[in-house]
Design a protein around this ligand. Structure first.
Ligand SMILES: [Zn+2]
Length: 345
């Protein structure tokens, strides 16, 4: 514990010293989420975005739940996936955390893929998964496109990116293309919020979320974060990425891009609220977002895989149930999903 805190103090010191010493090559002063040094959340004050140093320390010291015994997940085989595809079914498979596979009208889509054991700069330390992926990376069919929400280690995994490489196309928020290119991956389409791309009959829209970015000690908010709308023929899917709540951005996504046939929305990593609230929704806010974006059917992601925050591991499912009751929804409107369970769309 002492080493962790000391390391953190040193990293934070460097972060403070160097954090604004880079410039944003994409800076467009007409855009409210751009800054000369990176990006910002238009609906959060600067004070709320740049956490105070003592709050960071206090949060680091909060007790996290004990890691449960590794949950054995019944793996889906490549033949099960191929059978469904042959039958022409549209379906969703939650692989773990924010990694999901979707087959929509003949197209294979993957979100924030992480198949590594740890979400960390190194596989020697850092949060270790307690649920195995529900399918191995080698059992997946050829993927048409992958969307990446932002550069945090639980959403952008170096080893997974290296394994998939240029066998597909990666859609990333502004500023992340360089990281892919530096790691030898060239098939990357980088987009700003509200930009659209027509990719072989798939309409991809890069849309806002309320979050931040950080991958090294020296930079934060330097690359953009995003949610994604993916439309294949008449089916529209929305991937929320990682986000906090505000009552502007999601309502406007619903108004301008909705309704959505299906959405994947985070329901975990939200405690302690005093610290997490601005960047991580809880299940109640997840249901509000489901309603704001006009999703017909949603599933919870971003839980059940790594321990990143302080809520008990079964809390997201309990709180989602309470939120469903509060908003008069049933389990088919917003389900907590199950690892390895195919949801037909
Ligand atoms: Zn994140």
């Amino acid at each position: 514990m002492k080493i962790t805190i000391l390391t953190f103090l040193i990293i934070s010191m460097f972060t403070i010293l160097f954090s604004k010493n880079y410039s944003n090559e994409y800076f467009d002063k007409s855009k409210e989420h751009h800054t000369p040094h990176g990006f910002t959340n238009p609906f959060l004050s600067d004070g709320l975005q740049n956490k105070n140093f003592y709050d960071l320390i206090k949060m680091m010291r909060e007790k996290r739940p004990d890691k449960p015994k590794k949950i054995k997940v019944e793996e889906i085989s490549s033949s099960e996936i191929e059978d469904l595809i042959k039958k022409g079914e549209n379906f969703y498979l939650w692989i773990g955390h924010s990694t999901a596979f979707l087959h929509i009208n003949g197209k294979n889509i993957l979100t924030d893929p992480i198949f590594s054991d740890r979400c960390s700069p190194s596989q020697l330390f850092g949060p270790k998964r307690y649920s195995e992926p529900s399918i191995s990376i080698n059992s997946l069919p050829k993927i048409d496109l992958i969307v990446i929400s932002h550069n945090h280690y639980d959403h952008l995994d170096y080893h997974t990116v290296k394994l998939i490489g240029d066998s597909t196309f990666w859609f990333v928020p502004l500023g992340l293309k360089k990281w892919f290119n530096d790691n030898g991956v060239k098939n990357v389409i980088e987009m700003d919020w509200f930009e659209s791309y027509d990719y072989g009959g798939i309409k991809v829209d890069c849309l806002p979320s309320q979050h931040w970015s950080k991958r090294t000690a020296f930079k934060s908010f330097d690359t953009l974060w995003a949610s994604w709308s993916i439309k294949v023929e008449d089916f529209k899917f929305w991937f929320a990425g990682d986000t906090g709540y505000n009552d502007e951005q999601f309502k406007s996504i619903g108004r301008d891009y909705g309704p959505f046939d299906f959405a994947a929305i985070p329901i975990g990593a939200y405690e302690p609220r005093w610290f997490m609230k601005d960047f991580h929704i809880n299940p109640d806010e997840a249901v509000q977002i489901h309603l704001d974006v006009l999703s017909k059917k949603s599933v919870g992601i971003h839980y059940g895989t790594f321990i990143l925050t302080t809520e008990p591991i079964d809390d997201p499912i309990k709180k989602l149930d309470i939120a469903r009751q509060k908003y008069g929804l049933d389990i088919n409107d917003f389900s907590d999903s199950k690892l390895g369970k195919i949801i037909k769309l």
